[in-house]
Design a protein around this ligand. Structure first.
Ligand code: PMP
Length: 428
């Protein structure tokens, strides 16, 4: 309990929204795992930069030079934030999905047979860290490890046994933190296992980077993907950071201007480095916003972030579990230190109704559904979905209390308005 004020101010916290009963309340965003509101410092940096942008890497004009410098400085700041090594590349992408698709196109094929590279992945992953491997590589999806009431020790052993097979894997693709439960895998052990068997490891950092400091140099993680819009930066920018050799050898992700040294009618000489995969005019403002968010997070004490978010998570889980008919979803019994992502169900109420009720009667935004993780939700027995609330550096304790009180009111009094399903969506 206590006030638990946000660690950093975000925009939109004072936006008033109308409730069904005509009252207006300050909107409460407990959905940072889907998209986090921008930090005020990020909004300021964007406003300062808007008058300055012009064509990047192309124009000789003064503003083009300023824009190019801003874009490249942003790239460096993003890489630095995640501990990029000297020979790593930092690519500015659209988001985590884009980053992982890009990397999937760069997993080396077998030099002897030309067969697609082998990738090992668990079925607990967000679709963004599953479908690119399924579609573009020779992927093995491990299904046994993440069984209900399983343990991380089992997962680690299953992964280790699979990686040790005779036909080597090129890559192990794992989540940094689950977008359903906030739980993390034992990273150091997985990196060691992958490297011991000549495989690389890519971390889906979409839910990790906004909440924990992660360093490629310190952990040995080979590739990291994350999204600006979950890291308190608006606009469609994300990043892929990691080992240069695969990226320089891979097929350019986008074909077009900026990715080439020389084009003739019959052949093209592609760049290496970031430009190879970043054809077309880049998202300068998105990169600037993401870099500003990285700088703001870097200036916080990681222990303070962990304590703030951990306290909010605890308050949320304890509050929800004290309510009859509410259960909180967990995957691994021995998971430690989950990030602030909490998925729950309310027995007797469709998750879509719970989310519509929270919005219409309490002005609280949460996510419902299957969270782009159909295999995991199915395994957990939630084919009809669940409700997810998530907290970050911009969330206050009072917002968590409001959510818990609202769910308690639902269970004790039922919804006050009438809800129907229209085109698959619950509406008042
Ligand atoms: N991975 C995880 C774990 C996620 O939570 C998300 C977003 N829900 C993604 C990947 C995809 O991120 P984006 O939509 O920004 O590409």
């Amino acid at each position: 309990t206590g006030n638990a004020a946000p660690l950093l101010p975000v925009v939109g916290h004072d936006t008033l929204v109308p409730l069904v009963d005509g009252r207006q309340v300050a909107y409460s965003n407990l959905d940072v795992a889907a998209s986090a509101p921008a930090l005020e410092s990020v909004a300021e940096r964007v406003a300062e930069t808007l008058p300055l942008y012009a064509s990047v890497h192309r124009g000789a004009g003064y503003l083009s030079q300023v824009s190019t410098a801003l874009y490249e400085a942003s790239r460096r700041a993003i890489g630095e934030f995640v501990g990029a090594r000297d020979d790593d590349l930092t690519l500015v992408t659209r988001n985590t999905t884009d980053s992982l698709n890009l990397l999937a196109g760069c997993v080396p094929t077998d030099p002897d047979t030309g067969a697609a590279g082998r990738v090992l992945v668990l079925d607990v992953e967000h679709h963004a860290n599953l479908l690119p491997w399924q579609r573009d590589t020779d992927a093995t999806v491990l299904t046994g490890a993440a069984s209900v009431a399983g343990t991380l020790a089992q997962v680690r052993d299953e992964l280790a046994a699979a990686v040790a097979e005779n036909r080597p894997y090129a890559l192990l693709a794992v989540t940094g933190a689950s977008n359903v439960t906030g739980e993390s895998l034992p990273l150091a052990e997985l990196v060691a296992t992958a490297h011991e068997h000549g495989a690389r490891i890519v971390l889906d950092g979409a839910q990790l980077v906004p909440h924990r400091r992660i360093s490629l140099a310190d952990t040995g993680v080979d590739y990291l993907a994350f999204s600006g819009h979950k890291t308190y930066a608006p606009y469609g920018a994300g990043a892929l950071v990691g080992r240069r050799d695969w990226l320089d050898a891979g097929t350019p992700y986008l074909a077009g201007g900026g990715a080439v040294r020389r084009v003739r009618a019959d052949r093209t000489d592609w760049h290496d480095g970031p430009a190879r995969h970043e054809a077309g005019s880049p998202n300068v403002i998105g990169a600037v916003a993401l870099a500003a968010a990285c700088e703001a997070l870097a200036a916080l004490d990681p222990a303070e972030v962990r304590a703030h978010e951990g306290a909010l998570r605890g308050r949320l889980v304890d509050g929800l579990e004290a309510i009859d008919r509410v259960s909180v979803v967990r995957v691994w019994a021995d998971a430690v230190d989950p990030v602030g992502v909490v998925t729950f169900t309310v027995a007797g109420y469709d998750p879509g109704l719970v989310a519509a009720y929270l919005s219409a009667e309490h002005g609280i935004g949460v996510r419902d559904g299957r969270f782009c993780a159909h295999p995991l939700l199915g395994r957990l027995g939630f084919d009809a979905g669940a409700v997810r609330a998530s907290v970050g550096v911009g969330t206050a304790g009072e917002e968590v209390d409001r959510l818990v009180a609202a769910v308690r009111a639902l269970v004790t009094d039922g919804p006050q308005a009438r809800y129907d399903v229209v085109d698959g969506l619950w509406v008042v």
